[in-house]
Design a protein. Structure first.
Length: 149
């Protein structure tokens, strides 16, 4: 049986959100949350727009998904995010009890893996989905940012 909606499909949707962030001058990280193969939350970084260091894509998506579902636990949901979550976002994912976390590019310096941040014990993790595409957008952003300064 062919599954129309796989991890790559949803990561492409998260990449669309990352592109929106890029276009707004935000660090291009995008996130979506699905429930039963339906997108229930779309978000991207808004730290510059909101002047809020906590306005990461994942945090925005958690809030939107909880609002959509009418509850704070996201046990049956999947978070797709273009960059490995930081310690703050991984901690928030722990509290949401997200069922599955799928990320694209790794964050070797500030990512939850290096910092050994614990996820919820029942959270399944898939890494490296469209990693090259996710990393390329981030690299392009920082190259352009450096050239402007």
């Amino acid at each position: 049986m062919i599954q129309a909606f796989d991890d790559a499909y949803f990561m492409n949707k998260a990449l669309q959100e990352a592109q929106l962030a890029f276009d707004q001058g935000e660090v291009p990280v995008g996130a979506i949350i699905t429930f039963k193969d339906q997108i229930i939350a779309r978000a991207h970084n808004l730290t510059e727009t909101l002047n809020d260091v906590t306005a990461h894509a994942e945090m925005q998506a958690f809030t939107a998904a909880a609002d959509f579902l009418g509850g704070k636990y996201l046990k049956d949901c999947t978070l797709y995010v273009t960059l490995e979550p930081c310690q703050m976002c991984a901690g928030a994912s722990y509290w949401t009890q997200i069922g599955k976390l799928v990320y694209g590019a790794s964050e070797p310096e500030r990512g939850f893996v290096k910092l050994q941040t614990k996820l919820h014990p029942k959270t399944k993790v898939v890494k490296g989905i469209l990693a090259e595409e996710c990393a390329t957008l981030l690299k392009r952003f920082f190259i352009e940012k450096r050239n402007l300064n």
